[in-house]
Write a protein that binds this ligand. Structure first.
Ligand SMILES: Cc1ncc(COP(=O)(O)O)c(C=O)c1O
Length: 372
């Protein structure tokens, strides 16, 4: 079955009791037990599971091609839960252009959790091989990455991870399963901030882990979620489920818009560099083509000059909204270093764009007047 069809029909069974076609939202935090005090219909307490949340998990597992999924209150909660399943002494390899929240988490919490980490530019496969140690449990990848849109070869990374006895985890937030399914390339766990494209409308926070196998790591992550309580609300799960239905259609337009914007910016005299994997000039365009049918709605670019020059462009946009986050229907632009705050490693003249569903010509016209 094609992805578009799966995205409509996964976790979309008609409600048995009412025949409702749109899924019901079960807000109940607790579920009736039988005379022996046992949960008799599969649900007990919301921190263990909820029917609406379960529907979303089934849909996510189906569209990513994994055996099981777990949803969380945010992408950060999902990533943290996965890392908290690791034994003391475990070593994690993080990519150099990792979402800054996970880098901060590593710097602030890994030592307390008994974990160590190294940061590696993962497009250099030999550097990844050199960084692998006997105690490396996780190779953490992100493709395309935030905010530099770096592309890594997932199949090659999976081979390196597996030959060293480690797991490949891929943050696929920018690509979404509509454009890239890391499990098909060998990844063991896929992570999403469902706050972004999966929710798709900038009005819900959530995170997800999708597991190639329903194995011990899945059980442990579920246990961490139950104990630490990073569960999502059923209403948020329902919103993400609804978002999945239109994911392919949105990503098609957002990818076209981002490509048009990238081409416009690449030809502009005030732009130093454009980071978009769909451009032939992107250093890993060939790898992106192998892994993705289209290149997504995210791009970033360096304004010629310094921080003040980038901020001057940012100040002039009219149609774009100056805001962080991504994956919604409206186009956003941000000065990434300011959003990331102290400790950011992002260039001061970098602006990041999330292309929405507006007409590409209107978006380009806005950027043209802002750059003029
Ligand atoms: C690539 C990526 N991964 C993870 C996250 C974290 O997700 P959340 O904000 O839902 O915790 C983000 C948030 O921007 C992100 O861009």
């Amino acid at each position: 079955m094609h992805f578009e069809t799966k995205a409509i029909h996964s976790g979309a069974e008609v409600d048995e009791t009412t025949g409702a076609v749109a899924p019901p939202i079960h807000l109940s935090t607790t579920f009736e037990r039988n005379e022996q005090g046992e949960p008799s219909r599969g649900f007990s307490y919301i921190r263990d599971g909820n029917p609406t949340t379960l529907r979303l998990e089934e849909a996510l597992a189906a569209i990513e091609g994994g055996e099981a999924a777990l949803v969380f209150a945010s992408g950060m909660a999902a990533g943290a839960a996965l890392l908290q399943t690791l034994p003391r002494g475990a070593h994690v390899i993080l990519p150099d252009d990792c979402y800054y929240g996970y880098r901060n988490l590593a710097e602030e919490f890994f030592e307390r959790w008994g974990l160590t980490f190294d940061i590696v530019a993962m497009e250099d496969l030999d550097a990844v091989r050199r960084a692998m140690r006997a105690e490396t449990n996780v190779l953490w990848s992100e493709s395309p990455s935030n905010p530099l849109l770096k592309i890594v070869d997932l199949a090659a990374l999976a081979e390196i991870a597996h030959s060293g006895g480690a797991l490949l985890v891929t943050d696929g937030t920018f690509a979404t399963p509509a454009l890239q399914r890391p499990i098909e390339h060998g990844a063991d766990v896929v992570l999403h901030s469902t706050t972004k494209y999966l929710g798709g409308h900038g009005d819900v926070q959530g995170g997800a882990l999708i597991f190639r196998r329903r194995d011990a790591m899945f059980d442990q992550a579920m246990h961490v979620r139950k104990v630490t309580g990073g569960v999502t609300s059923p209403f948020n799960a329902w919103l993400v489920l609804r978002g999945i239905r239109t994911l392919s259609a949105r990503l098609r337009v957002q990818s076209e818009n981002a490509m048009a914007i990238a081409r416009f910016l690449a030809a502009h005299a005030r732009v130093e560099t454009v980071f978009y994997p769909g451009l032939e000039s992107h250093p890993r365009h060939d790898v992106a083509r192998r892994q993705m049918p289209a290149f997504g709605g995210m791009l970033s670019f360096l304004v010629r000059g310094n921080r003040a020059d980038a901020l001057a462009v940012l100040a002039k946009v009219r149609l774009f909204t100056r805001a962080t986050s991504l994956g919604g229907i409206e186009s956003l632009i941000e000065h990434r270093a300011t959003s990331e705050g102290p400790g950011s490693t992002t260039a001061e003249n970098l602006l990041r764009v999330s292309a929405g569903l507006e007409h590409a010509e209107d978006l380009i016209e806005d950027l043209a007047q802002a750059l003029a």
